[in-house]
Design a protein around this ligand. Sequence first.
Ligand SMILES: [Zn+2]
Length: 137
Amino acid sequence: MHWSDEPLHEEFDDGDVAVVEGFRYERCDACGETLVRGADLDELQRRTVVAARTDLERLSSEEIREARFTLGLTQSELESQLGVSAGTVGRWERGEVLQGATADRLMRLIRHHPELLPELGFVARERRGPYRTRPSE
Ligand SMILES: [Zn+2]
């Protein structure tokens, strides 16, 4: 085995590939197999999400959170708008999981067109519009 920091090509379930640079891992001299130690897996996953968002032009964690705040939605409300399972938006915002292309495009659309939320089935809560403006900082 030897240490390497050659770029890693990480493939997602849907076939998208992200190139992770500068990550140190071990590689077998005989077969070329890569070995990432358990303690380093979370770091690799986090870097893979960052690389994928750049390579595939997806919203960053900050952009997702910003869009959600602008729309005045909780994480679970955004999950129900997008039709994704509970806990998913939190994982996107913490950079643990890459949002799919469809959810990414839908978020880009509704952050600039909050008037579309009712089309997605969002019901305004009492004394509050379907979205609210964020207080100025
Ligand atoms: Zn080997």
